[in-house]
Write a protein that binds this ligand. Structure first.
Ligand SMILES: [Zn+2]
Length: 273
């Protein structure tokens, strides 16, 4: 519920604390933000600088993730986030990973920050202790200084300075990023975006002020039917770049089921050089 996470949030205009009054979230200076019918609130100044995932991409994501194909990644995320305190998921999508983290920790609350409205609608009902907040993760986050025990970032962009600001001094940042082997069987055959060989180093380079404390590589093979391959491509960054008809034709030529490798690194960072 949104009310559970309000103590951790701040007004995007003036950084003051926020309270729930009727159907809106307000600060002491009179800035007010309507709570959407679906239970999320958008704390954003003006329009977002980035386009969020489309309704089709979000539906594909929900379909693929709820079938459990990425369960080993979910398990690694839950392990890396273990502990106490508020969990902030940056670019939370449908709230799938954050809900699993909260399931494993009965006393915690979680904030799902996300820009795409179709994803926010789903995130808002993903877990009883989760609050869904519309925000642009490239801008100042509507989160109070030092309020967060764990920041989670799964296949999403990240803003190091803002993450450092909202993390508690002993807080952790958990980043899930693909390796060059991720979905390798599909990349060449379907013309998907490739992942750089030095992806892990690039992620770390994008996080000045953070130090790696643990790295947990996870690689496993999924067995996917064509519909699942289409959902997997449709939920990822390649969805923007691949023509739907051409993709369907190429997928039809794959064996069914097809073996597809998932390969990610789950990296835990702490603050400090
Ligand atoms: Zn305000």
């Amino acid at each position: 519920m949104l009310a559970d996470v309000l103590p951790y949030l701040s007004c995007p205009h003036c950084s003051a604390e926020l309270v729930l009054v009727g159907g809106s979230v307000r600060c002491g200076s009179g800035h007010a933000f309507d709570v959407a019918r679906q239970g999320y609130v958008t704390l954003l100044l003006g329009k977002a600088a980035v386009a969020g995932d489309s309704a089709e991409m979000v539906a594909a994501r929900e379909e693929f993730l709820s079938a459990g194909h990425y369960a080993p990644i979910v398990d690694a995320v839950v392990a890396a986030c273990a502990g106490v305190g508020c969990v902030l998921d940056l670019g939370a999508g449908t709230g799938h990973y954050l809900a699993a983290v909260l399931d494993a920790s009965p006393d915690r609350v979680g904030i799902a920050l996300e820009i795409a409205k179709p994803a926010l609608r789903r995130a808002a009902r993903a877990h009883a202790r989760l609050g869904a907040v519309g925000a642009d993760t490239w801008r100042r986050l509507p989160v109070r200084d030092g309020a967060v025990a764990v920041a989670l970032n799964v296949f999403a962009p990240r803003n190091a300075a803002e993450i450092a600001r909202v993390l508690a001094p002993d807080g952790r940042l958990v980043v899930v990023a693909p390796t060059a082997a991720h979905l390798g069987e599909l990349v060449s055959g379907l013309g998907l975006l490739t992942v750089a060989e030095d992806k892990a180093a690039r992620v770390t380079a994008s996080l000045p002020g953070f130090t790696v404390s643990e790295q947990d590589p996870r690689e496993f093979v999924m067995s996917l039917v064509h519909k699942e391959v289409l959902a997997l491509v449709g939920m990822g960054p390649s969805a923007w770049h691949v023509d739907a008809e051409a993709l369907a034709a190429k997928v039809a030529e794959l064996p069914s089921p097809v073996r597809v490798t998932a390969s990610v690194t789950v990296t835990t960072y702490v603050k400090g050089e």
